[in-house]
Write a protein that binds this ligand. Sequence first.
Ligand SMILES: [Zn+2]
Length: 242
Amino acid sequence: MSFTTPPRPLDVTALIPQLAPLARKATRLHPRPGSPSLHDSSVGGPLLWPADEPWPHCEGPHDSSAASGVTHSPDDIRLLRRIRAAAAEQRLRDPEAPTITPEELETEKELSMGRPWFDGPIPMLPVAQLYTRDVPLPSSPPGADLLQVLWCPFDHSAAHPRTALFWRSSVTVTDFLDAPPEPPVIQEGWYLPEPCLLAPEQITEYPNPTELSKELQDQLGDASRWETAGSGGATNCCVIRQ
Ligand SMILES: [Zn+2]
């Protein structure tokens, strides 16, 4: 698997010159499993958070009747992930071996019962922190070199998670929070990011075809333009647009 963007098989602006002025710089984050520190850019890693600043909470509303599955604590989810990762590794080492031990099966069974719903304010979860030395963020406020993103691990009426963004000057954070609060329960496991370090890559990208004029959409849809061009691969990755 390629972890960087392969060379483009063609110059799209040579085929469709009207796209050239629409080019923009973006950064693919390329999250990779690791153990990020407070001083790393990360997804799902610890945030460089001032000890004297309140941790953000979401006041909801959180609707238990709309929840589709059982809720787990963050530690439940981490335990489930460890068990499943160990089972997958065991299958790789020995296809004949049992994929899961009785103890692991019992743990999965216990956790499948879920945790009681929680109605109070929910501590938000770290999603990402990006240092501008790693990820250029031209919209950063003067003096800020760090963007922190958190979200609420419960569904809301909007189609996307409820987020909170904070800009900081990292040098001003000399006394940081060691153990931020965690939500007692999470509505869906995917709200808890796996800690990842980043391997940022600068790329050039163009607007989504649906953002283009009808004329440009027609040109892009003209298969004859692409007949000899082949197809370009792209990695699945988080992208920060500038
Ligand atoms: Zn919420």
